[in-house]
Design a protein around this ligand. Structure first.
Ligand code: FAD
Length: 492
């Protein structure tokens, strides 16, 4: 894109923008509009200066999905009004910068809960829909997009198109999960899930291999509302795939005699201190001495040991927030991964190949001596969104520390794991990605899907205004039909 009349963006807007995994950062011209007209002004500036625009919500994507180096970043967090709430029907209309935290806190007192939540409540709902995020109930409730009734999408030319399953369904199914490439959501209408208590019934038990955990999930999918597995990825080959399962069910009307109380925000809120003593804001510092493979091996072992002995086969009642947002218990926990930050690698594999594929991934990690400090296992189902990441199968999300001395080995390991995932018919997820290549994206999305997405993009955004570092890495600048030059990718 060319600048008109030599217009330059104000240098006062230049800010450092970082990936959530803290392993990428760039300077960008950051605009923080609080109205639709404010967005239009930012787009106008970008047009005049010949810059592209990347949309950013809470910045919780692990890689480069909401970074737009040396271009405009449209930070949408100030567009955070709740526009309408119908507590009878559970239908809410919001601006895209409303966080998941604000959303659940707004609706729970009336006996509703967001039908799909991610592992952190600090995402915005615009970002959630932009990636079509999934929860620990993906096999039952699908991704968040299945609960969106309608949205307004602000296009590159400043006009707004309203989309639903009936009105512009092509754009509806492409913009949800369209990683901010078709326009900016400025209004979302969503349906919440009725709940009769602020508590869930949670069962915890241990499993010893990927095959076993997958078998247990298959057996329990029909009865449990949420299923999530934690995997000890630092176990030796004898214990490979061992982990803990947490299965949760909603309570039925009448099951909780204190429902009025448990549905209050105060009851849900995560405690400010651990054991009533340690402020949670400094807890990550206690983990810091363990921030190496040996320390993490010990922590993983202790977690598995406790979970498979004293905690095994225990059933408890837990608040929705405590169950859903476990990771938010320890604010800034990601700092344990400094100085290099972390990469999350999440692959989605059809059920019949999942256990073998994840076993192979663990073997590859051992071969390259790069060990994930956290592994999370989930069950998924397919959906109808154009750029879907889901499969009828399982995902394994692995958190790898990034270190200078092991960076090359990590890259090689991920490359090899990608191959195994693709051979198994698997998929990937842009919210977690930092290392896919255009060939990988092509292989799992398929040329037809990419061509269809490009066609819709050309219609809505003929100049390729909406871009991010991730979109350029995987799809070039959108103005041509070809993926970015491979040699250029490799040189980066
Ligand atoms: C600790 C942690 C746990 C997580 N757990 C899960 C999980 O369980 N399941 C899961 O699926 N994901 C999970 N995620 C990933 C997270 O849900 C997604 O990355 C989500 O998109 C982040 O929302 P955000 O508001 O931070 O968006 P950003 O990361 O800022 O942006 C995400 C994408 O949406 C686009 N976008 C943002 N706002 C808009 C808008 N208004 N209009 C159009 N496009 C927009 C951006 O351009 C970008 O492509 C987790 C992330 C973290 C850090």
């Amino acid at each position: 894109m060319k600048s008109e009349d030599g217009f330059l963006l104000p240098s006062s807007r230049l800010e450092k923008v970082q990936s959530w995994g803290m392993n990428r950062e760039a300077l960008a011209y950051v605009y923080r509009p609080s109205t639709v007209d404010g967005i239009r002004e930012a787009l106008n500036d970008a047009h005049r200066a010949g810059r592209t625009v990347g949309i950013r919500g809470g910045g919780c994507s692990y890689g480069d999905a909401s970074i737009n180096s040396e271009n405009v970043v449209l930070d949408i967090t100030r567009m955070n009004r709740i526009l309408r709430w119908d507590p009878q029907e559970g239908i809410i209309e919001i601006e895209p910068g409303v966080t998941l935290q604000r959303l659940w806190q707004y609706v729970i007192g009336d006996g509703w809960w967001p039908p799909v939540v991610s592992g952190t409540m600090f995402v915005t709902m615009g970002g959630a829909v932009g990636m079509n995020y999934h929860g620990k109930n993906n096999y039952k409730m699908g991704p968040i997009g299945e609960h969106v009734l309608e949205f307004d999408l602000l296009l590159a030319d400043g006009t707004i198109v309203t989309c639903s399953r009936e009105q512009r369904p092509d754009v509806f199914y492409a913009a949800i999960g369209g990683f901010g490439m078709l326009g900016c959501f400025t209004r979302l209408v969503m349906k919440m899930k009725r709940v009769y208590s602020g508590l869930l019934e949670v069962e915890a038990f241990a499993t010893s291999t990927f095959t076993e955990i997958a078998r247990v999930f298959e057996q329990r999918m029909a009865v449990d509302d949420y299923l999530v597995g934690w995997i000890d990825c630092l176990a030796t080959s004898n214990g490979r795939g061992r982990g803990l399962v947490h299965a949760a069910r909603y309570l039925k009307p009448g099951d909780d005699s204190s429902a009025n109380q448990t549905l209050q925000i105060a009851y849900q809120d995560l405690p400010e201190t651990l054991f009533g003593l340690v402020p949670k804001s400094i807890m990550w510092r206690f983990l810091k001495p363990f921030s190496n493979d040996t320390g993490m091996r010990l922590i993983n072992w202790a977690r598995y040991f406790m979970g498979s002995t004293v905690g095994n086969n225990k059933t408890t009642r837990q608040s929705h927030a405590a169950f859903a947002f476990l990771l938010d218990y320890v604010p800034n926990w990601k700092r344990v991964y400094l100085p290099g930050g972390l990469v999350q690698y999440q692959s989605f594999v059809p059920a019949e190949h999942a256990a073998a594929c994840f076993d192979q991934q663990m073997e590859i990690c051992s071969k390259y001596k790069v060990f994930p400090w956290l592994g999370v296992f989930k069950r998924h189902r397919t959906d109808n969104f154009l750029m879907t990441h889901a499969v009828d199968g399982y995902s394994l999300a692995l958190d790898f520390p990034v270190r200078k001395r092991s960076a090359d080995r990590l890259k090689q390991a991920i490359c090899e794991m990608n191959r195994v995932v693709l051979e198994s018919g698997g998929r990937f997820y842009f919210a977690k990605d930092s290392m896919l290549t255009p060939d990988d994206a092509n292989a799992y999305l398929g040329q037809d899907v990419i061509a269809r997405f490009r066609q819709i993009k050309r219609e809505l955004d003929p100049d390729g205004l909406w871009q991010t570092d991730l979109s350029r890495r995987l799809f070039g600048n959108w103005n041509s039909d070809t993926a970015p030059n491979r040699a250029l990718q490799e040189a980066r």
